[in-house]
Design a protein around this ligand. Structure first.
Ligand code: SIN
Ligand code: FE2
Length: 215
């Protein structure tokens, strides 16, 4: 019985969120042992920082990147940049475990040709949130977004093509992967204020890996 419940808790499953959008529950769990060391080495080279929006607001979510291009924001705008503005050096490369996970998840969700060149890494501490937005700084919207949740659970908001469209909420847990592309590629999404808690491997935080094809 105990074994059965343990299996049910981690058995990957898929849930359709909208046309082109799929929630793959527990999809990253089997790769956790490779993903976490990859994350540690990226962060050692390119530490988390709180970026500033063009409007002058300091984001509550701390960010870093790996890959050929990294998403950055400052007073001059949002963009992808080959270089980490803090170090002046290229962002660390995508660890092979990150690439494997992103490609496997995209394939599972119906996008077998996805090859990310950018991974934005978001760190949410209790109270941090990401307001409703579209991912639209990428060159070609025919590529999907692959988003991996690690650590504390969060409430993910997923709406439609207009900011005022009805929003559905999804509880995302450690190991869940959301893929959105095709007709839902430009759908509004966000994360509500992170509740305090303690995750057994990551502690008091949620980490989100967002894979994109930026260029
Ligand atoms: C994002 O929209 O870039 C991040 C979404 C998330 O943290 O789940
Ligand atoms: Fe986003």
């Amino acid at each position: 019985m105990t074994d059965l419940f343990a299996k049910l808790a981690v058995e990957p499953s898929r849930e359709s969120m909208a046309e082109g959008a799929t929630l793959l529950r527990g999809f990253a769990l089997s790769l956790e042992g490779q993903i976490l060391p990859g994350l540690r080495s990226v962060i050692a080279e390119a530490p988390f920082r709180h970026m500033v929006t063009p409007g002058g607001y300091t984001m509550s979510v701390a960010m870093t990147n790996c890959g050929a291009a990294g998403w950055v924001t400052d007073r001059s705008g949002y963009r992808y940049d080959r270089l980490d503005p803090e170090s002046g050096k290229p962002w660390p490369p995508l660890p092979s475990s990150f690439l494997d996970l992103a490609i496997a998840a995209a394939t599972e969700a119906g996008y077998p040709d996805f090859r990310p060149d950018a991974c934005l890494i978001n760190r949410y501490e209790p109270g941090a949130r990401l307001s409703l937005h579209q991912d639209k700084d990428e060159r070609d919207f025919s590529h999907p977004i692959v988003s991996v949740s690690l650590g504390l659970p969060a409430t993910f908001q997923f709406g439609g093509p207009n900011r005022t469209d009805p929003i559905r909420k999804y509880a995302l847990r450690h190991g869940d992967v959301v893929v959105w592309g095709g007709p839902s590629r430009l759908f509004y999404h966000g994360v509500t204020e992170l509740k305090d808690g303690e995750h057994e491997t990551l502690g008091r935080m949620r980490i989100n890996l967002t894979f994109r094809r930026a260029r």
